[in-house]
Design a protein around this ligand. Structure first.
Ligand SMILES: [Zn+2]
Length: 484
């Protein structure tokens, strides 16, 4: 194509025009939002969104942020989340590139290096695998969970005052008694879903197959810890709609998790006992799991799948993770802790976890904890702690396919307000504190063993400990990524 001669003034005109356009160009949403939000309002938002759900439920009506400021803050959070995620995705890619080139380089020089240098290179590769999986977990899990929690709190600031008015009106009119499972005074005498006892053989079969497949961590070998957990769980079971015996096992695994198999097989993992701060928090989690059993959620979701096909699939996922076959969150667990996270490999269908059933388990769980004499708000407090401080590592399995945080927290709080008032609800007990003291010994012992145990993913012994991306629990997530 023949190029047309360009008159020499056009360059200058073009530059001037571009300069004007740059000045006039509509700022992107986030820039505009930042400009709309006076610094002192932004500061107030930052402080507000650091507060717990409990404090926000109590104070939202007095906060008085304007709708336009709330909208501007939401855009800022969206923008921070995407830039923060992008930053860690890039970092992951860069680390993975370094990892591949270290591996290729090793292949090239393998016949020319001595043992000392080989060991150094092995350690370097091991370290790169650990750091890149950390960066990936931050980008794909921790950052989204932390921001979702923040956005849910912002939504709460916006909508809770109106919601609370509606709740109060329902209570005044007595219409709340007609809600689904509103017959809380009949807990234990009502039948939610007939046929709980038919699930027992499925649960037994699942336990048997999990053991055969090597998926079941060992039990905690401490009588005091086990007895405490058993008596707490039995107390909640006695005040629930459970119609089958509750079978309780405490597993010696760092995962912050509890799960229930159909038919009343409850598993509490050591990591959960370490993470809860008081008895009402632990009671809330146990009650939620018992509700999956009483609601027969696993039975409803498993449909025609057989237990053996479900466990076979879980074992395959665990094998892929343990051999480093996929750089996934599972690899991160395996590298950091030498386990693959049962909460990540077990089928959600078998655990009865779906959006709809999570909300139902939240509602019933709060009822059971309350009926057993515990402060039902313990569940909300623990959920918040997981999302803001622990959500980035061990707790991730907890957030696998959960309903939106806002909906979950508001519906739980609504149920709490609908429950008849009760005096002397328990938040903590001396037994809980004694269990914690015993648990320290169990943890120390387990950590010592973990350190000496070679794993498939970290086969080189004697390397310096893998680097950690600095993120202190309790630290706000934005400090991971300075604002752009
Ligand atoms: Zn659940």
């Amino acid at each position: 194509m023949k190029s047309r001669p360009i008159p020499d003034w056009s360059g200058q005109r073009l530059a001037a025009l571009l300069a004007v356009l740059v000045l006039l160009r509509p700022p992107i949403a986030a820039q505009r939002a930042r400009a709309e939000l006076p610094p002192e309002i932004r500061q107030r938002f930052n402080e507000t969104l650091q507060r717990s759900y409990q404090e926000l439920f109590a104070e939202a009506a007095r906060l008085e942020f304007s709708p336009s400021h709330i909208a501007a803050m939401r855009r800022i959070l969206e923008d921070l989340q995407s830039s923060c995620t992008r930053q860690y995705r890039n970092r992951t890619q860069e680390l993975e590139r370094q990892l591949r080139s270290a591996q290729e380089e090793l292949k090239r020089v393998t016949n020319r290096i001595d043992d000392t240098e080989r060991k150094q290179r092995h350690c370097q590769i091991q370290n790169l695998r650990a750091v890149s999986s950390q960066a990936r977990v931050l980008a794909e899990h921790a950052i989204p969970v932390a921001f979702e929690n923040k956005k849910a709190k912002l939504e709460l600031v916006e909508k809770w005052p109106g919601e609370l008015q509606r709740i109060k009106a329902e209570i005044a009119a007595g219409t709340h008694h007609g809600r689904r499972w509103g017959d809380v005074k009949d807990i234990g005498f009502r039948e939610l879903v007939p046929g709980q006892e038919n699930d027992v053989k499925d649960g037994q079969e699942a336990v048997r197959q999990m053991k055969l497949a090597g998926l079941m961590p060992p039990e905690v070998d401490n009588q005091a810890v086990r007895q405490y957990v058993v008596s707490l769980a039995q107390r909640i079971a006695k005040h629930s709609d459970l119609r089958v015996p509750l079978n309780i096992t405490v597993l010696n695994s760092k995962e912050i998790n509890a799960f229930a198999l159909p038919g009343g097989f409850l598993f509490i993992q050591r990591g959960l006992l370490e993470a809860v701060e008081n008895e009402s928090q632990l009671a809330g989690v146990i009650a939620h799991e018992i509700a999956h059993v009483t609601g027969r959620h696993g039975h409803k979701l498993m449909r025609k799948a057989t237990i053996s096909s479900i466990i076979y699939q879980a074992a395959q996922i665990a094998a892929i993770i343990l051999t480093g076959g996929a750089a996934s969150i599972g690899t991160y667990y395996a590298l950091q802790y030498g386990f693959y996270g049962l909460g990540l490999v077990l089928s959600l269908d078998m655990l009865g976890v779906s959006r709809e059933f999570e909300l139902e388990a939240d509602q019933l769980g709060v009822q059971y904890a309350w009926n057993a004499g515990y402060d039902p708000a313990g569940f909300i407090k623990f959920f918040d702690k997981m999302a803001t401080t622990e959500g980035y590592v061990n707790g991730v399995s907890w957030f696998r396919t959960h309903p939106p945080f806002y909906q979950r927290m508001v519906e739980t709080q609504r149920e709490i307000l609908f429950l008849p008032p009760k005096e002397g609800l328990i938040e903590n007990s001396p037994e809980f504190d004694r269990m914690k003291a015993e648990l320290k010994k169990v943890t120390e012992e387990a950590e010592k063993e973990e350190k000496d145990r070679p794993s498939l993913l970290a086969p080189v012994q004697g390397c310096p400990a893998p680097e950690k991306i600095e993120y202190k629990p309790g630290q706000p997530i934005e400090t991971l990524c300075p604002a752009p």
